[in-house]
Write a protein that binds this ligand. Structure first.
Ligand code: PLP
Length: 468
């Protein structure tokens, strides 16, 4: 241990790290070597002071690097849940930085009196969506939970059997309803639900009619669902509020600028937050980081009376939005005041609207750049492919895209994919058709040097393996 610590000190590797971490890494390097020897996995002569030092240095590097690091998304999936969903626009990034210290979060600067954090986004949301009132929370799951608890706890909520969805990450509609304290009453069948099914299920203990958007799957064939405006009309007749969980709420009509792969359904029909609000339902809930392209947040939009009940519920405090998310949300919403700016500056919208021609040209120029990096260790080709919006948005909609395909001459495609993931920052690509695909839809020009560096690393590793 002493000699290893001296060795690390002498090489300068230990100086910039806390002593405790250095000691722990040395101890773990020794322990690992001891275990490998005991198992007979390595011969005694393979355990040298130098090998132990290298191991300790690698551990030190690994443990002192940030865990929640940035990533390069070459998968082509725009709203990639595992890579943090929507990347923020530049204005939102600046707003997060500005709000990181003290900020005018809950104070009225005119009077110095206590204010509400909601005030930063309420007017913007009303202006952009046409809603009478708005409230934001930590995420959409929380928005649905607090709305159900505030509007239907201890009473019945009616939901179509075709809309009892699982969103993923354990958000299952029946479980969320149970957690909110309301009773789930299923109406209709899996494939067909009519307005008369809701009507027949109404009783004096019905507190809420619930509609859930099928965010991550689509149903075809012999199907029928009740549109939000019909449910809203029924709710009004019966004096029962209506909740519409939209999930992915877009503020722009995607059909105007997003081209689907040929033979695909028309995107113009995809609902926006404005159309959902205009349908007359009492509450619309949506995520901030899906098609809206902002930070993780849950939006509640709708009638003043229903919003007031939700705001006053104790759960509202438990699921409140943090100041960094709020700052990013406000900045993102401001960009939407100018639709042209939104389409060019909000990354989700900009990436979804890239045309196949633009992507093909970008793939061509990336391919040229990568040629030198792989240095003959793999074949590179232009590759036509399709991608999806991802993240529980636009299910079943395919977007034509272009990728650079990498077919390694040495080492497996899996090994190259792994090597890219281990690069700093990591590069995430997908494997299809026996190739590694670097999809241009989700790559920014500033990512390209990183992709080149990571591929160069993979080529170098495998060139070594091939000659050694
Ligand atoms: C995504 C989604 C949710 C969950 O939203 P989060 O912001 O991820 O909490 C809930 N309902 C629907 C319909 C969704 O699409």
């Amino acid at each position: 241990m002493e000699r290893l610590l001296q060795g690390l000190d002498a090489s300068g590797a230990a100086a910039q790290h806390p002593r405790r971490l250095v000691v722990a890494c040395v101890r773990d390097a020794v322990e690992r070597a001891r275990r490998r020897l005991a198992d007979g996995r390595v011969p005694a002569e393979a355990v040298s002071l130098d090998a132990l030092l290298a191991d300790a240095r690698a551990l030190l590097e690994e443990r002192s690097a940030p865990s929640l690091d940035r990533a390069v998304n070459a998968t082509g999936i725009v709203i990639h849940t595992n890579l943090g969903r929507a990347p923020l626009c530049q204005d939102a990034r600046r707003a997060v930085a500005a709000a990181s210290g003290y900020a005018v979060l809950e104070i009225d600067r005119a009077t110095g009196a206590r204010g509400s954090r909601q005030a930063h986004v309420t007017e913007l949301l009303r202006e952009l969506t046409g809603a009478e009132a708005a409230f934001v929370v930590n995420n959409n799951a929380a928005a649905v939970l607090v709305a159900l608890a505030a509007l239907a706890s201890g009473r019945d909520a009616l939901v179509s059997r075709g809309e009892l969805v699982e969103i993923g990450g354990s958000f299952r509609m029946p479980d969320v309803m149970a957690a909110s304290g309301c009773r789930l009453v299923e109406v209709g069948t899996t494939n067909k639900t009519y307005l008369s099914d809701y009507e027949a299920a109404l009783t004096p203990s019905t507190a809420l009619l619930v509609k859930v958007h099928r965010s991550n799957f689509s149903m075809r064939g012999f199907v029928r669902e009740v549109p939000p405006q019909d449910l809203a009309a029924l709710g009004q007749r019966a004096g029962v509020p209506v909740l519409f969980d939209m999930g992915s709420g877009a503020l722009e009509e995607l059909g105007a600028r997003v081209r689907c792969a040929s033979g695909q359904a028309d995107l113009a029909a995809a609902p926006t937050l404005q159309t959902a609000v205009a349908s007359g339902v009492d509450i619309v809930t949506a995520s901030g980081d899906k098609l809206l392209g902002g930070p993780q947040a849950g939006l509640l939009l709708g009638r003043a009376g229903a919003i007031a009940k939700i705001r006053a519920h104790p759960l509202a405090r438990a699921v409140r939005i943090g100041k960094l998310g709020l700052a990013a949300l406000e900045a993102t919403l401001r960009v939407y005041r100018d639709p042209d700016r939104a389409w060019s500056e909000i990354p989700v919208l900009e990436m979804l609207s890239r045309s196949a021609d633009t992507l093909e040209r970008a793939a061509g120029s990336l391919l040229e750049r990568l040629r030198a990096a792989v240095n003959g260790a793999a074949s590179l080709d232009l590759y036509a492919t399709v991608t999806e919006a991802g993240g529980g948005a636009l299910p079943g909609v395919e977007l034509a895209s272009w990728a650079v395909s990498v077919r390694p001459h040495h080492g497996s495609v899996d090994a190259w994919e792994r090597r890219l993931r281990h690069h700093r920052p990591p590069v995430f690509a997908r494997i299809a058709d026996g190739r590694l695909l670097l999809d241009l839809r989700t790559l920014a020009p500033e990512d390209e040097p990183v992709v080149a560096e990571a591929l160069e690393g993979a080529a170098r590793d495998h060139a070594g393996a091939a000659s050694g």
